[in-house]
Ligand binder design. Structure first.
Ligand code: CDT
Length: 315
């Protein structure tokens, strides 16, 4: 049978002054605990190696290079890859990427992306995704108490929504897909993965506990409700398991919500974090459960009506 054990490796806060070494040590500890609890897959948050730096404004982006990775693994991140190999895990890792590559005009330049990868038990990177839906703003905002400068720090991802079929634990081939944070709120992201028969969607997030632009319409508890509503709906409507993993807690005075979850293809929460700290949440996922939705109510080949969806890509 196609049973895998999935771990959401929530990270507590990472302060601005905290070094990569300390963060990597915390992550290695979580990988070790995941192994002890029988996990085959471990999912870390978005931008897992640093504080959520888009809250800090810099005039010149080159001064912010220390937040990014130019190579993965690097001497600093190597212990994560070593632990993955040691324990035979499949792992989702979110990080800030600098790539020296050609843009749409063919000019090679320094480019910045909000990126995640799937690392196989061999330590090899088998899939890369670059965040498509970048929230926030590009310039310093005088009306906000805290900035959300993702549009300044990152370009829109240019890799689409890829899915890879890879061995996980004792299961020969599992269709793995990735999203990053704000992507989870967009049904189009999920459907892109669903159309590739994804069976496990892994996603990390850094979601401020307070919406700076709420104008009195968004009570605090709705932050978590909207996150889970999006993940549960995405899983149900695409007949897939999903893992949403937070970087949580108080980073330099600014709170990020927690509530990391593992969700089944019926849209039910199987396991949920209850702290704002480093916390491991584990669930056994029978991938055969994806078949019900896929072969009945969400049998895309039988029931989707493309002729009625023309607005989806034309506006
Ligand atoms: N990191 C990230 O994408 N966070 C957003 C916050 C939106 S408010 C600007 C999210 O959707 O959770």
């Amino acid at each position: 049978n196609r049973l895998i054990t999935v771990a959401a490796a929530q990270l507590g806060p990472i302060q601005k002054a905290e070094g990569r070494d300390a963060v990597v040590a915390r992550m290695v500890r979580l990988l070790e605990r995941a192994h002890q609890r029988g996990a085959n897959v471990v999912v870390f948050p978005e931008l897992a190696l640093t504080t959520f730096f888009p809250r800090w404004y810099v005039e010149n982006l080159d001064e912010a290079d220390a937040w990014y990775e130019e190579a993965l693994p690097s001497p600093t991140t190597q212990p994560i890859f070593d632990a993955i190999r040691r324990y035979g895990l499949t792992c989702y890792l979110g990080y800030a990427e600098i790539a020296h590559e050609a843009d749409e005009t063919g000019v090679v330049r320094k480019r910045r992306f909000n990126t995640s990868v799937v690392i196989a038990p061999s330590g090899e990177i088998v899939l890369k995704y670059r965040k498509v839906h970048l929230p926030g703003h590009k310039e310093f905002s005088t009306i906000r108490k805290v900035q959300h400068l993702e549009k300044r720090y990152f370009e829109v991802g240019n890799l689409g929504f890829p899915v890879v079929r890879a061995p996980v634990g004792k299961v020969d081939g599992v269709n793995l897909g990735m999203l990053i944070c704000n992507d989870r709120r967009w049904p189009e992201s999920w459907r892109e993965l669903g159309l590739q028969q994804v069976e496990l969607v892994m996603l990390g997030y850094n979601t401020p506990a307070v919406n700076q632009e709420n104008r009195g319409f968004e009570a605090h508890h709705l932050r978590n409700f909207h996150s889970q509503l999006s993940i549960q709906a995405g899983c149900y409507q695409n007949a897939t398991f999903g893992v949403g993993v937070a970087k949580a807690g108080n980073e330099d005075g600014f709170e990020l919500m927690g509530h990391s979850v593992i969700v089944n293809p019926q849209g039910e929460i199987m396991a949920m974090a209850t702290s704002w700290d480093d916390e491991l949440v584990v669930a056994d996922c029978n991938l055969d459960m994806c078949q019900l939705g896929r072969n009945t109510i969400f049998n895309f080949a039988q029931h989707r009506r493309l002729e009625a969806y023309t607005r989806l890509t034309s506006q």
